[in-house]
Design a protein around this ligand. Structure first.
Ligand SMILES: [Zn+2]
Length: 214
C-alpha cells in the first residue's frame, strides 16, 4: 500500500511554502527545545484542528486531542493514561501559562452519547470513554426541555467543556498552579459551520463570540 499521495502533495506544498519562512524557527526550536505557553485540549474531529483555528506557528501550541475533548478526573491508579501524561508534562515540565479546552459544534462523540441506540463504534473503548459525558448530561437535563435538538446538543457540548475544566482542577499540580496565578484555564467553542469562536466567561459560564468583541 502506498503512502497517501494527498500527504505527499501537502508535504511538498509545505516544503516550498511555509517551511521556507519557518526554517529558522524550526532550527531554533530544535536547538533550544520547545517552550509553548499554551496547551490546547481539543477533539480528534478532522474539522477542528487547533493549529488551523488559531493560526499557530511551530512551537506555539502544545496540543492533546481525543474524542470529544475530555479530561478524566485525576486517577493515580498506575494505568497508562494518555491525557494525564500530556497534562503532567505540559504543566510540570513546560510550565504552560494557559490551558484551553476547545469544544466544537456537531461533535460526533457528544451526539453519540445522547443516542444510546447508535454508538459511535462497536468496539471496546469509545462507550467507556464517552461515559465521561454523564455528569454534563445530568446537568443539562433531558433533551425534551430544549427548543430544539440542536440547542440541546450545543448546551451539552458547552457544559461538557465546563465539566472538563472542573476535572482539570482535580489534578493537584493544576490546582496549585491556578491558585498561584501561574496557570489559567479557559473554555472555548468552535462553530464548525460558521467558523465562529466563542470563549467561556469564567464567572457566568456563558460563551461569547470573540468576533463580536473585535
Ligand atoms: Zn468532537
Amino acid at each position: 500500500m502506498s503512502f497517501p499521495s494527498r500527504l505527499l502533495d501537502g508535504y511538498r506544498a509545505f516544503r516550498t511554502g511555509r517551511l521556507t519562512t519557518e526554517q529558522a524557527r524550526y532550527g531554533e526550536l530544535a536547538e533550544h527545545g520547545q517552550s509553548p505557553e499554551i496547551m490546547v485540549i481539543g477533539c480528534c474531529d478532522s474539522r477542528v484542528s487547533p493549529e488551523v483555528i488559531f493560526d499557530a506557528r511551530p512551537g506555539e501550541l502544545f496540543v492533546v486531542r481525543n474524542v470529544a475533548n475530555l479530561v478524566p478526573p485525576y486517577t493515580p491508579d498506575g494505568a497508562q493514561r494518555a491525557v494525564s501524561a500530556a497534562l503532567e508534562f505540559a504543566v510540570q515540565a513546560l510550565k504552560v501559562k494557559h490551558i484551553i479546552v476547545l469544544g466544537h459544534a456537531h461533535c460526533g462523540g457528544i451526539r453519540a452519547y445522547t443516542e444510546p441506540g447508535s454508538p459511535l463504534s462497536p468496539g471496546d473503548f469509545i462507550g467507556k470513554w464517552m461515559a465521561l459525558i454523564a455528569p454534563a448530561a445530568e446537568a443539562v437535563g433531558p433533551a425534551e426541555g430544549y427548543r430544539s435538538r440542536e440547542d440541546y446538543l450545543t448546551h451539552l457540548e458547552q457544559v461538557s467543556i465546563a465539566k472538563t475544566l472542573d476535572n482539570l482542577m482535580t489534578f493537584p499540580y493544576v490546582r496549585s498552579a491556578v491558585e498561584r496565578g501561574t496557570l489559567t484555564l479557559h473554555g472555548a467553542y468552535f462553530g464548525v459551520a460558521n467558523g465562529r469562536l466563542s470563549v467561556r466567561d469564567t464567572a457566568s459560564g456563558a460563551f461569547a463570540d470573540v468576533a463580536s468583541q473585535d
